[in-house]
Design a protein around this ligand. Structure first.
Ligand SMILES: [Zn+2]
Length: 307
């Protein structure tokens, strides 16, 4: 393990793990900290490529630090990001693990999450260039980073996207209630819907469902009877057609959908267009206003599953 600055490896790993970023970003950062990212210098050392030159600038050896921090294109992204980081001022930092160790020692989980998503986006930009010979511009890189920010608050979708939040609530002996709300880039509701199924259809934990989803997306699934396989395949096809993506969000980022799902026990199957049900309006406003969020003590459902 290379991550040793400012505390033990486990502390740094723990802080990365709790950062507000999608799991893929945190995995990438941890790989980079341990010099396990497949940069050219690593592949060259293994004899898998003919040279270790950076594929982006063509000037230097592509070490992990170079690819993620020091390459000119990476520097521009860090500086243009909300962090406004000037990489050239990090004089004493020679490896990614040193820098992440430093970040983990003083940043809260939100800012550390931002570091993780930007680092992931830098690597994504590099990979799109290597694999597709396509140069992502700065807004495209930031849009990718934005989509991986995993906040416990609801985040507005970037223009011109619409965000759909889903939730399901299971009550023993009653069934599964589902809720969905669609909101635009200003947070204005476009529609919401409830549905109630008599049987319990979410036996699988949401985390295992989400990891299964990621396997479907990567084409790694060999359909071995997982009960939602065909549904997930349909979702994948649908999402490809609309250029959408699916993310797991924390409870705090899904309050409106959670409330609407709980109301499905009252409304059954119903659709509202260009609005949400009256009772949910206060939660929609709270999402847009941010930290003034309301408490949900009136929820009496047994469990929630959020997307
Ligand atoms: Zn370079």
């Amino acid at each position: 393990m290379a991550c040793s600055t400012n505390g033990s490896n486990s502390t740094v790993q723990d802080r990365i793990f709790h950062a507000e970023a999608a799991p893929a970003c945190k995995e990438l950062v941890w790989l980079a900290c341990n010099e396990e990212l497949e940069v050219r210098s690593l592949l060259f050392a293994k004899g898998n490529v003919e040279n270790d030159t950076c594929p982006c600038c063509g000037k230097y050896s592509e070490t992990t630090m170079h690819a993620l921090m020091q390459c000119e294109e990476a520097k521009c992204i860090w500086f243009g990001s909300p962090l406004g980081l000037r990489v050239e001022l990090l004089h004493d930092i020679t490896t990614v693990s040193e820098w992440i160790g430093e970040c983990a020692s003083f940043m809260d989980k939100k800012v550390l999450g931002m570091v993780c998503v930007i680092m992931w986006a830098v690597w994504e930009k590099r990979n799109v260039w290597v694999e597709q010979r396509k140069k992502l511009d700065f807004p495209e890189v930031m849009a990718k980073a934005h989509s991986m920010f995993f906040s416990d608050e609801w985040i507005l979708p970037s223009y011109p996207h619409v965000k759909a939040n889903f939730s399901a609530s299971v009550k023993d002996s009653v069934g599964t209630a589902m809720g969905v709300v669609f909101r635009d880039f200003a947070g204005v509701p476009q529609a919401c819907a409830t549905n109630l199924m008599e049987k319990q259809c979410f036996e699988e934990g949401i985390a295992s469902l989400y990891s299964h989803w990621n396997e479907v997306i990567r084409g790694k699934v060999n359909s071995d009877g997982f009960f939602l396989d065909s549904l997930l395949e349909d979702c994948k096809t649908m999402i490809r057609r609309t250029k959408s993506c699916l993310r797991l969000v924390g409870c705090g980022g899904n309050k409106v959908a959670r409330f609407i799902a709980s109301e499905a026990f009252v409304y059954g199957e119903r659709v509202w267009t260009e609005e949400v049900m009256d009772e949910a309006t206060q939660y929609v406003i709270a999402d847009v206003l941010g930290p003034l969020s309301l408490e949900y003590s009136d929820f009496d459902s047994d469990s929630f599953h959020d997307f």
